[in-house]
Design a protein around this ligand. Structure first.
Ligand SMILES: Nc1nc2c(ncn2[C@@H]2O[C@H](COP(=O)(O)OP(=O)(O)OP(=O)(O)O)[C@@H](O)[C@H]2O)c(=O)[nH]1
Ligand SMILES: [Mg+2]
Length: 213
Protein backbone atom coordinates (compact mmCIF):
# COMPACT_ATOMS: atom_id res chain seq x y z
CA UNK A 1 0.00 0.00 0.00
CA UNK A 2 1.19 3.50 -0.82
CA UNK A 3 1.72 5.83 2.09
CA UNK A 4 -0.45 8.85 1.22
CA UNK A 5 1.49 11.18 3.50
CA UNK A 6 4.75 10.50 1.67
CA UNK A 7 5.31 13.05 -1.13
CA UNK A 8 6.03 11.63 -4.57
CA UNK A 9 9.56 12.50 -5.60
CA UNK A 10 9.79 13.69 -9.20
CA UNK A 11 13.34 13.39 -10.60
CA UNK A 12 14.89 16.83 -11.19
CA UNK A 13 15.24 16.26 -14.93
CA UNK A 14 11.54 15.59 -15.25
CA UNK A 15 10.65 18.58 -13.11
CA UNK A 16 12.79 20.79 -15.38
CA UNK A 17 11.29 19.31 -18.52
CA UNK A 18 7.80 20.06 -17.20
CA UNK A 19 8.80 23.57 -16.14
CA UNK A 20 10.15 24.52 -19.56
CA UNK A 21 7.14 23.06 -21.36
CA UNK A 22 5.24 26.00 -19.90
CA UNK A 23 7.43 28.52 -21.78
CA UNK A 24 5.44 30.94 -23.95
CA UNK A 25 6.47 33.56 -26.49
CA UNK A 26 6.28 37.01 -24.92
CA UNK A 27 7.66 39.66 -27.27
CA UNK A 28 10.08 40.47 -30.10
CA UNK A 29 12.35 43.43 -29.68
CA UNK A 30 14.63 45.27 -32.09
CA UNK A 31 15.91 48.09 -29.92
CA UNK A 32 17.05 48.41 -26.33
CA UNK A 33 14.21 50.82 -25.60
CA UNK A 34 11.71 48.02 -26.23
CA UNK A 35 13.22 45.55 -23.76
CA UNK A 36 10.94 44.30 -20.96
CA UNK A 37 11.69 45.85 -17.54
CA UNK A 38 15.18 44.91 -16.38
CA UNK A 39 14.05 42.97 -13.33
CA UNK A 40 13.92 39.26 -12.60
CA UNK A 41 16.20 36.75 -14.31
CA UNK A 42 16.87 35.76 -17.88
CA UNK A 43 19.17 33.50 -19.90
CA UNK A 44 20.11 34.40 -23.46
CA UNK A 45 20.82 31.97 -26.29
CA UNK A 46 23.52 33.24 -28.64
CA UNK A 47 25.62 31.87 -31.42
CA UNK A 48 26.55 32.10 -35.05
CA UNK A 49 23.75 32.10 -37.50
CA UNK A 50 22.59 28.53 -38.16
CA UNK A 51 24.30 27.16 -35.01
CA UNK A 52 20.95 25.76 -33.84
CA UNK A 53 19.67 28.30 -31.29
CA UNK A 54 16.03 28.10 -32.27
CA UNK A 55 16.17 24.30 -32.52
CA UNK A 56 17.71 24.08 -29.04
CA UNK A 57 15.04 26.35 -27.58
CA UNK A 58 12.34 24.23 -29.15
CA UNK A 59 13.69 20.93 -27.89
CA UNK A 60 14.48 22.28 -24.41
CA UNK A 61 10.89 23.49 -24.10
CA UNK A 62 9.41 20.39 -25.73
CA UNK A 63 7.70 22.57 -28.31
CA UNK A 64 8.20 22.10 -32.01
CA UNK A 65 7.30 25.60 -33.14
CA UNK A 66 8.21 27.91 -30.27
CA UNK A 67 11.19 29.56 -31.93
CA UNK A 68 11.28 29.55 -35.69
CA UNK A 69 13.74 27.10 -37.16
CA UNK A 70 14.96 27.89 -40.60
CA UNK A 71 17.20 26.37 -43.18
CA UNK A 72 18.05 29.92 -44.30
CA UNK A 73 20.68 31.37 -41.99
CA UNK A 74 20.09 34.80 -40.50
CA UNK A 75 16.34 34.43 -40.07
CA UNK A 76 16.08 35.34 -36.41
CA UNK A 77 16.54 39.11 -36.65
CA UNK A 78 15.06 40.17 -33.34
CA UNK A 79 15.62 39.55 -29.66
CA UNK A 80 12.80 37.12 -28.96
CA UNK A 81 11.66 36.92 -25.36
CA UNK A 82 10.07 33.74 -24.03
CA UNK A 83 8.53 33.63 -20.60
CA UNK A 84 8.91 30.67 -18.25
CA UNK A 85 6.82 32.59 -15.73
CA UNK A 86 6.67 36.29 -14.84
CA UNK A 87 10.22 37.65 -14.38
CA UNK A 88 11.84 34.47 -15.75
CA UNK A 89 12.79 34.69 -19.42
CA UNK A 90 14.68 32.87 -22.13
CA UNK A 91 15.94 35.15 -24.90
CA UNK A 92 16.71 34.00 -28.45
CA UNK A 93 19.34 36.44 -29.76
CA UNK A 94 19.91 37.14 -33.45
CA UNK A 95 22.61 34.92 -34.95
CA UNK A 96 25.86 36.60 -35.96
CA UNK A 97 28.39 36.01 -38.68
CA UNK A 98 26.02 35.64 -41.59
CA UNK A 99 27.82 37.09 -44.61
CA UNK A 100 24.76 38.04 -46.67
CA UNK A 101 23.48 40.67 -44.22
CA UNK A 102 23.94 44.31 -45.35
CA UNK A 103 26.65 46.18 -43.40
CA UNK A 104 24.30 48.72 -41.81
CA UNK A 105 22.05 46.00 -40.41
CA UNK A 106 25.03 43.96 -39.23
CA UNK A 107 26.35 47.03 -37.37
CA UNK A 108 22.94 47.68 -35.80
CA UNK A 109 22.79 44.11 -34.47
CA UNK A 110 26.35 44.07 -33.26
CA UNK A 111 25.82 47.23 -31.22
CA UNK A 112 22.47 46.05 -29.91
CA UNK A 113 23.91 42.69 -28.84
CA UNK A 114 26.97 44.27 -27.24
CA UNK A 115 24.91 46.74 -25.24
CA UNK A 116 22.39 44.09 -24.23
CA UNK A 117 25.18 41.78 -23.00
CA UNK A 118 26.99 44.60 -21.25
CA UNK A 119 24.08 46.38 -19.59
CA UNK A 120 21.25 43.95 -18.99
CA UNK A 121 21.12 43.31 -15.25
CA UNK A 122 18.49 40.56 -15.48
CA UNK A 123 20.87 38.53 -17.64
CA UNK A 124 22.29 35.76 -15.42
CA UNK A 125 24.00 33.58 -17.98
CA UNK A 126 24.67 33.06 -21.64
CA UNK A 127 24.04 29.82 -23.49
CA UNK A 128 26.49 29.98 -26.37
CA UNK A 129 25.70 27.57 -29.18
CA UNK A 130 28.34 26.38 -31.60
CA UNK A 131 28.11 23.85 -34.38
CA UNK A 132 30.42 21.09 -33.09
CA UNK A 133 32.12 21.09 -36.49
CA UNK A 134 33.09 24.79 -36.11
CA UNK A 135 33.78 25.50 -32.44
CA UNK A 136 35.20 28.72 -30.94
CA UNK A 137 35.36 30.99 -33.97
CA UNK A 138 36.68 34.56 -33.64
CA UNK A 139 33.11 35.87 -33.25
CA UNK A 140 32.35 33.31 -30.53
CA UNK A 141 35.46 34.46 -28.70
CA UNK A 142 34.36 38.10 -28.97
CA UNK A 143 31.15 37.16 -27.26
CA UNK A 144 32.99 35.26 -24.52
CA UNK A 145 35.22 38.32 -24.07
CA UNK A 146 32.07 40.43 -23.56
CA UNK A 147 30.88 37.96 -20.91
CA UNK A 148 34.25 37.84 -19.16
CA UNK A 149 34.26 41.64 -19.07
CA UNK A 150 31.23 41.72 -16.78
CA UNK A 151 31.88 38.31 -15.19
CA UNK A 152 28.78 36.84 -16.75
CA UNK A 153 28.95 33.02 -16.77
CA UNK A 154 28.61 31.29 -20.12
CA UNK A 155 27.84 27.69 -21.03
CA UNK A 156 28.61 26.28 -24.46
CA UNK A 157 26.33 23.83 -26.22
CA UNK A 158 28.27 22.02 -28.93
CA UNK A 159 25.29 21.50 -31.20
CA UNK A 160 24.66 18.97 -33.96
CA UNK A 161 26.74 16.40 -32.04
CA UNK A 162 24.71 13.80 -33.98
CA UNK A 163 26.71 14.81 -37.07
CA UNK A 164 29.83 13.24 -35.55
CA UNK A 165 30.44 9.79 -34.12
CA UNK A 166 30.40 9.51 -30.33
CA UNK A 167 34.17 9.26 -30.04
CA UNK A 168 34.79 12.19 -32.36
CA UNK A 169 32.24 14.33 -30.52
CA UNK A 170 33.88 13.58 -27.15
CA UNK A 171 37.28 14.48 -28.57
CA UNK A 172 36.02 17.90 -29.72
CA UNK A 173 34.40 18.46 -26.31
CA UNK A 174 37.67 17.69 -24.54
CA UNK A 175 39.62 20.02 -26.83
CA UNK A 176 37.12 22.83 -26.26
CA UNK A 177 37.19 22.27 -22.48
CA UNK A 178 40.98 22.41 -22.51
CA UNK A 179 40.95 25.75 -24.36
CA UNK A 180 38.28 27.14 -22.02
CA UNK A 181 40.28 26.21 -18.97
CA UNK A 182 43.08 28.55 -20.01
CA UNK A 183 41.21 31.26 -21.95
CA UNK A 184 37.74 31.42 -20.32
CA UNK A 185 37.78 29.65 -16.95
CA UNK A 186 34.21 30.71 -16.09
CA UNK A 187 32.84 28.98 -19.17
CA UNK A 188 31.70 25.35 -19.30
CA UNK A 189 30.79 23.18 -22.29
CA UNK A 190 28.72 20.12 -23.18
CA UNK A 191 27.53 18.11 -26.15
CA UNK A 192 24.05 18.76 -27.51
CA UNK A 193 21.79 17.44 -30.25
CA UNK A 194 18.30 18.71 -31.00
CA UNK A 195 17.07 15.63 -32.91
CA UNK A 196 18.39 13.03 -30.42
CA UNK A 197 17.92 15.06 -27.22
CA UNK A 198 21.54 14.47 -26.21
CA UNK A 199 22.56 16.84 -23.42
CA UNK A 200 19.04 17.93 -22.47
CA UNK A 201 19.30 17.23 -18.74
CA UNK A 202 22.62 19.01 -18.45
CA UNK A 203 21.30 22.07 -20.32
CA UNK A 204 18.12 22.14 -18.22
CA UNK A 205 20.21 21.99 -15.05
CA UNK A 206 22.19 25.03 -16.17
CA UNK A 207 19.02 26.98 -17.01
CA UNK A 208 17.60 26.06 -13.58
CA UNK A 209 20.73 27.27 -11.87
CA UNK A 210 20.74 30.65 -13.64
CA UNK A 211 17.01 31.24 -13.39
CA UNK A 212 17.05 30.40 -9.69
CA UNK A 213 14.95 27.22 -9.64
N1 LIG B 1 21.52 17.37 -37.33
C1 LIG B 1 21.19 18.45 -36.59
N2 LIG B 1 20.70 19.55 -37.19
C2 LIG B 1 20.39 20.62 -36.41
C3 LIG B 1 20.59 20.62 -35.01
N3 LIG B 1 20.22 21.83 -34.53
C4 LIG B 1 19.80 22.55 -35.59
N4 LIG B 1 19.91 21.84 -36.74
C5 LIG B 1 19.56 22.31 -38.10
O1 LIG B 1 20.38 23.44 -38.41
C6 LIG B 1 19.64 24.43 -39.13
C7 LIG B 1 19.64 25.75 -38.36
O2 LIG B 1 18.96 25.60 -37.14
P1 LIG B 1 18.28 26.84 -36.38
O3 LIG B 1 17.80 26.28 -35.08
O4 LIG B 1 17.33 27.54 -37.23
O5 LIG B 1 19.57 27.76 -36.13
P2 LIG B 1 19.63 29.24 -35.52
O6 LIG B 1 20.90 29.30 -34.74
O7 LIG B 1 18.38 29.55 -34.77
O8 LIG B 1 19.76 30.12 -36.82
P3 LIG B 1 19.44 31.69 -37.00
O9 LIG B 1 18.16 31.98 -36.29
O10 LIG B 1 19.36 31.84 -38.46
O11 LIG B 1 20.59 32.42 -36.41
C8 LIG B 1 18.23 23.85 -39.31
O12 LIG B 1 18.17 23.24 -40.57
C9 LIG B 1 18.13 22.82 -38.20
O13 LIG B 1 17.24 21.77 -38.49
C10 LIG B 1 21.12 19.41 -34.40
O14 LIG B 1 21.36 19.30 -33.18
N5 LIG B 1 21.40 18.36 -35.25
MG1 LIG C 1 17.02 31.09 -34.95
Amino acid sequence: MKNPSKPTLIPTATAAAIRYQAVRFLDSVNSLAQLPPDTGREVAFAGRSNAGKSSALNVLTGQRQLARVSKTPGRTQLLNFFQVEPERYLVDLPGYGYAQVPDAIRRHWRLLLERYLRERLALRGLMLLMDIRHPLTALDRQLLDNCAHRQLPAHILLTKADKLGRGAARTVLQQVQKTLKTDYPRTSAQLFSAPTGLGMDEAHARLDEWLGY
